[in-house]
Design a protein around this ligand. Sequence first.
Ligand code: SF4
Ligand code: SF4
Length: 279
Amino acid sequence: MKKWHIVFDVDKCIGCYTCLLACKDEHVGNNWLPYTDRQQKNDQKWIVMEKTDRGSYPRMDVAYRPRLCNHCGAAPCAANAPGDVIRRDDGVVLLNAARAKDNPKLVDACPYGNISWNDEIGAAQKCTLCAHLLDDGWKEPRCVQSCPLKALRAVRLEDEEFEKLAESKGLEAIIPKSSAPRVYYKNLHRVDKCFVAGEIAYRDNGTEVCAKNADVRLLKDGVETARSKTNAFGDFRFDAIAPGSGGYAIEAEMPGRGSASVSLNVGDASVDVGTVYVE
Ligand code: SF4
Ligand code: SF4
């Protein structure tokens, strides 16, 4: 049977939090039993937006990654709390709302921290993927429907079909594959990898000029691993570099102006090599 999956594109998200507000709008003050009781108004989120800063001024970026229930195919919560979790044929994983009441231990059943405690009603809760809406014919939960950038998508496919999609699009999960998660991320390197950036310039009669369209190469142990061209401001960037991967070299060439190279080390943070002058 086709199962619901969520795909989130880190590159598209601007951190506007509309998805979180839509989740609140749908669930705060609304009792959708037997799916779930109402969500707590404050201090409880079924989607937690995590923000990552990389680099330093002036070459830096900010990325957002939501964390929510993965609606795992091999749900550890179901194994840890027998009888308290409902695994539906369409892939949606729900907590048994009656058994979740006055049951704070259920919060610990998810090893990924995706079950939270509602102080207002005294119950363990989590994302339901708006199953009450899906069962009413909706094609997506409220968070997906509300995203103005289409950073979130709901995909209903057989697990094998989804695996092929994930492989062809480079989608990654943030929890172990052994749990068979159904929430996947695109462009996750914006969160868990480093970039190397800088600017290429040359001197022309005492004036510093941005080297537009210069060739820039990234080398590891003398072997080219990536190449790029500078933009109109002479800027370049190589992304998706493993943290802690050590020494690299940047080689730049501007036809008619000369070449330059610089060594760098990638530790646990992105690297700005500053302005490199070709001569
Ligand atoms: S993410 Fe946690 S709560 Fe959600 S299905 Fe997986 S184990 Fe259960
Ligand atoms: S609504 Fe879309 S763009 Fe806004 S924070 Fe959520 S996922 Fe990101």
